[in-house]
Design a protein around this ligand. Structure first.
Ligand SMILES: [Zn+2]
Length: 413
């Protein structure tokens, strides 16, 4: 632990170094001398936070798995957004899935209307059994991007029409609905206000999903730090410095608390609908709160996509959480991810390795820390890796059965 404390102390020193002057290295009012000095830390020079590359001197045992121990369903992937419709990239990704024991990926990029058919063609022409597809609501329709009053969702019968379209999509093979965080943070009403997640106009949509047996995987809000000022107290300062547009600590945006409250309202109002809160329901920083929700709402599940960095910095709490709610937690990556990132997921879930990176990037991309493995027992691993997804996402079971038939080493479901 002394290594961690040392690093944390150093980080604060570095932050202060950054904060006492602009990036040129000069302090305000000091026009002379060392304006050209790089903030690279060389020979004790000041060091910019984005150039800090501490190499851990810890010497501890490492047990990185080469692939997942059991078959995996990745419930949170974006093959359209991330692979840009490239057939070659799709083949490469399926080869990577094979290598890592990922039997089925759930695409959250299905769209609706013609876009759904196109996406189906992209994934299912060669890989019918390897992908399950969730549709997306088309809130805008033929409306103009910057004129919210022209958007389809402003028409009075929108909810009813979307419910009808979901019914059609279900027949076309859609397994559920994915809702992007734009609902609550981007889409606006005619008067300029943000459209609320819990706006009663969308109730017919959530209700239809329940009746059709289509789970709703919904991303609401974002990491808590994105709603706080970008200042020296912000734990994601470096990330927000690189992506200032990711910050919602600006006038005109709801607070983090306000958004998660809207999300919980719809989970509460639609007990017959299964909701999967993406990214640990955007509350991985507070698993006590997520536990409370899971206790309260049996129709709520969570995925861990893009959150091993959060879960892995609280390994005792995360392990306890995943054991206690082993029937409610789903594996996801927010991928397709590269080989190195997948390896870190298996290492996090399957080992008790200490203080390793949560991403392949040279510099930690989402928080300036490292993680610890939670060493889940086999029965919990199986639930998180595939059994929970199989029981709530239509089509997954069939994919797993076909995988098992083609892989004699795979575990039967
Ligand atoms: Zn995502």
């Amino acid at each position: 632990m002394s290594q961690i404390r040392f690093t944390a102390g150093l980080t604060i020193a570095v932050l202060l170094a950054v904060w006492t002057g602009p990036l040129t290295g000069a302090s305000p009012g000091d026009a002379s001398a060392d304006t050209a000095k790089p903030l690279d830390g060389e020979n004790g020079r000041d060091l910019a936070l984005d150039q800090f590359r501490p190499k851990s001197m810890l010497n501890v045992a490492e047990h990185p798995p080469a692939r997942a121990k059991f078959q995996v369903v990745d419930v949170h992937t974006h093959p359209l957004i991330r692979l840009h419709g490239s057939a070659e990239a799709l083949h490469d990704y399926v080869r990577l899935m094979d290598q890592h024991n990922i039997a089925v990926s759930v695409s959250l990029d299905g769209g609706m209307h013609d876009a759904f058919d196109e996406h189906k063609k992209y994934l299912w022409t060669d890989y019918r059994d390897r992908f399950v597809i969730l549709a997306n609501i088309d809130w805008r329709g033929q409306g103009e991007a910057d004129k919210p009053e022209t958007w389809d969702c402003q028409r009075p019968d929108f909810g009813r029409r979307m419910a009808a379209e979901l019914k059609r999509l279900k027949k076309e093979g859609a397994s559920g609905l994915k809702v992007f965080k734009d609902l609550g943070l981007v889409y606006r009403n005619s008067d300029g206000s943000l459209i609320r997640v819990d706006d009663p106009r969308w109730d017919p949509i959530w209700k239809a999903c329940g009746e059709l047996g289509m789970p709703v995987l919904i991303h609401t809000a974002d990491p808590v730090a994105f709603f706080l000022p970008i200042d020296r107290y912000n734990e994601r300062w470096e990330e927000l410095k690189r992506h200032p547009d990711w910050s919602f600590a600006r006038p005109g945006y709801p607070t983090y608390e306000e958004l998660v409250a809207q999300f919980i309202h719809i989970v509460e109002r639609h007990p017959q609908t299964t909701f999967i809160g993406a990214h640990v329901a955007s509350s991985a920083e507070d698993l006590g709160r997520v536990s409370h929700w899971l206790d309260e709402y049996p129709n709520l599940y969570v995925d861990i996509a893009a959150r091993i960095g959060e879960l892995g910095r609280q390994p005792y709490t995360a392990r306890h959480f995943m054991l206690k709610y082993s029937d409610r937690v789903l594996f996801g990556t927010d991928g397709p991810r590269v080989h190195e990132r997948l390896l870190l997921h298996w290492r996090f879930l399957e080992t008790r390795d200490e203080y390793f990176p949560y991403a392949e990037n040279e510099f930690p991309p989402q928080g300036f820390w490292r993680i610890y493995g939670v060493n889940l027992p086999d029965d919990v691993l199986k639930k998180v890796y595939y059994a929970n997804a199989s029981s709530i996402v239509p089509g997954v079971k069939e994919g797993l059965m076909s995988w098992a038939m083609n892989h004699k080493n795979a575990q039967p479901n």
